[in-house]
Write a protein that binds this ligand. Structure first.
Ligand code: ADP
Ligand code: MG
Length: 249
């Protein structure tokens, strides 16, 4: 989908630092995300995972280092920043759908307002995407009429509607009832297979094993380990990761 044969990484973070006041939340982060790669980020709460994601689409500024996205340093403001935001989709734990808009409108809003795509064309694409996430029959309902799993699948369709170069998922299944987790993970696994570049913060080890190319273990603002899912889950190299895994597995 996004793999156009370009060998340069889609995201290159070098020496990235971020503070909230006295709190040092990102400490010298060096990380690249290749095109078409699925990177899973795991680690204890408060370790900086959400902040890391939010720096990639510049929802958070950084106070040291550089982030290069698709060959260009992240823009600070203006039209270039708006363009960047539309190229990096984001799916949150809390769905964040517009409550007073229908499912279809939630998906067409970005394309018509930001991308200036004609309404009938945006509608057609929205229905294709809703079909893809298995929600087409719900298109004219409102978010509150859908289950959490369905709402999260709409959020994924909404992200896809902007034709992003990558999608950041920040604990997309953490707020869901257990029986709805898999339907969302299945959609994500489909995207991964189609070649979407994805950074996924999750504790879903089944997903990491099946879909991740790489696992990054983050704690206290640092990347503590970076390895293949197989290595990480069977033979983590640090005590920190061993301890974390013993608590969640
Ligand atoms: P994670 O997603 O791994 O749980 P976060 O990136 O959310 O971690 O948070 C990292 C640290 O930064 C935590 O100590 C958190 O309390 C703090 N933090 C996050 N956002 C803010 C903010 N807007 N202002 C101040 N501190 C924050
Ligand atoms: Mg978080």
């Amino acid at each position: 989908m996004t793999d156009n044969g370009d060998a340069t990484p889609l995201v290159q973070m070098e020496g990235v630092n971020k503070h909230y006041g006295a709190l040092h939340v990102l400490k010298d982060i060096n990380l690249t995300v290749s095109r078409g790669e699925v990177l899973v980020v795991i680690g204890p709460s408060g370790g900086g995972k959400s902040t890391l994601c939010r720096t990639i689409n510049r929802l958070e500024t950084i106070d040291g280092g550089t982030i290069v996205f698709d060959g260009r340093e992240l823009p600070a403001e203006g039209k270039a920043l708006a363009a960047l935001r539309s190229e990096v989709g984001m799916v949150f734990q809390s769905f964040n759908l517009f409550a007073h808009k229908t499912i279809r409108e939630n998906v067409t809003l970005g394309p018509t307002r930001v991308r200036k795509i004609a309404k009938d064309q945006a509608d057609k694409r929205a229905m294709e995407l809703l079909e893809r996430v298995g929600i087409a029959s719900q298109a004219d309902k409102y978010p509150a009429q859908l289950s959490g799993g369905q709402q999260q699948r709409v959020a994924i369709a909404r992200a896809l509607a902007m034709d992003p170069k990558m999608i950041l998922f920040d604990e997309p299944t953490s707020a869901l009832d257990p029986e709805m987790v898999q339907e969302v993970l299945d959609v994500m696994i489909g995207l991964a297979r189609d070649g979407m570049t994805m950074v996924v913060v999750t504790h879903e080890m089944g997903f990491a094993r099946r879909a991740a190319n790489r696992v990054v273990f983050m704690a206290d603002g640092q990347i503590v380990e970076e390895s293949t899912p197989d290595e990480f889950f069977t033979n983590p190299s640090t005590d920190r990761a061993k301890d974390f895994l013993s608590k969640i597995l």
